[in-house]
Design a protein around this ligand. Sequence first.
Ligand code: NAD
Ligand code: UGA
Length: 443
Amino acid sequence: MRLSVIGAGYVGLVSGLCLAEKGIEVVCVDVDEARIDAIKRGNCPIYEKGLDELLTRNINKTFEATTDIELAVKTSDVTIIAVGTPFDGNQIDLQYIEQASEQIGRALATKDGYHLVVVKSTVVPGTTENVVLPRIERYSDKKLGVDFGLGMNPEFLREGEAVQDFMFPDRIVLGGYDEKSHKVLADIYAPFQDVDQLFVDIKSAELTKYTANCLLATLISFSNEIANVAASIGVDAREVMHGVHLDKRFTPLLENNHRIYPSFITYLEAGCGFGGSCFPKDVKAFISFASKTENPTKLLDAVIEINEAQPFKVIELVKRHFPSLAGVKTAVLGIAFKPGTNDIRESPSLKITDVLLKEKALVTAYDPVAEAEASVYFSGKVPFAKTLAEALEDTQVVIILTRWEEFGNVPELISHNPDPPLVVDGRRMLDKDSVPKYEGIGL
Ligand code: NAD
Ligand code: UGA
């Protein structure tokens, strides 16, 4: 079997390389020539643990990259669509899905033999059958169920853990138009025998993806709401969430009769809000979709409202000590929306840094991998320190906004400072007693 993957971004490139690693022949396509050239040279265009090694091992063996979508589709048996699905301010923006579907349709027009088209991008229910399918049929003049099959296979990987999540998924959801489509989907995922594979219909697969992301986002906003209450009555939200998380329904694994407590409380971890290219846009797109079904989404509306307000809690904590931020030397630690990635899309750090700049704080930033991306966003308005130690030199306030492991060294690095800075922990990653002046979300 040979696969073509349309879109060589976080999902397309990771899926393509992981499937190539499993021995399937893969060709990844992107419209971005620079990206494809880099991949061809063996240079990974995104920062993701383990991806470089996969590229080096598989390039020009089971894995290829091209900008020629027609050739890629024609020389493959299955095409996976992994293009972006942003939020346009009102609803999901399907322009890349529409373009890719038309291009696939055109390529299939002159291709012999059965072909399966699989949507992996996150799309609102109905998109695969109402947007992708008609374009393929129109441009190929071929018939669904006879000449080609249709599938929807949502992706659940997390950035920063993408390779691990793809290689060892919790489950694989396979939405198919008919038995034949399901059969080809099963062949693609045959190397993942130890994983639960759910064979469902296409719309159910589409809805499963939104439901998963909306639930996770809801847990975070819930935790932030509780954390804000805890803080205002002098209770530590971390202790509270520890007590809640040890419930067997959240932490089912036992070791010597004790629940195995994770290194941090996943999705009940209060902080400065969720960011990234997915939770914010997916929850908003789903709210918009649900409104078209005439179902109110009061809970999800609140999830977004809480999340949009949460970054300002960090500013409030700084202002307890510095009511005016003008001229206050401030080190912002972490611009990436989470550790393990250089992705800064919708990162709460951007919003917080923008407020600091607006209020005339003297900001220096540091991020171990996202400096290049962040410099483009701030267009020179924020100087970057080259090391954590440099960021901490001669500063009055330190604000931790990304849970990079390296930031665990802050207490040690400021321990010899005769006038130690205020540390505001937007991710609750430090022990509150490890620095002389500490403020944290939910404390
Ligand atoms: P991305 O922006 O990193 O990559 C998309 C790529 O598609 C870009 O490189 C773009 O140039 C390319 N592209 C667009 N139109 C094209 C076309 N017609 N032909 C060829 N290439 C084209 O996006 P992403 O983060 O990989 O997300 C892709 C989809 O997967 C989205 O629907 C997203 O919601 C979903 N998803 C993302 C993640 C994640 O962690 N990033 C996880 C699960 C699901
Ligand atoms: C998320 C989901 O976890 C993936 O399953 C999904 O595939 C993906 O979205 C997607 O559809 O794109 P991702 O956005 O990469 O993955 O990262 P997460 O680890 O889920 O973190 C998202 C945001 O929530 C980050 O800003 C993180 O700091 C924040 N978060 C996470 C919290 O504030 N508290 C938590 O307890 C967990």
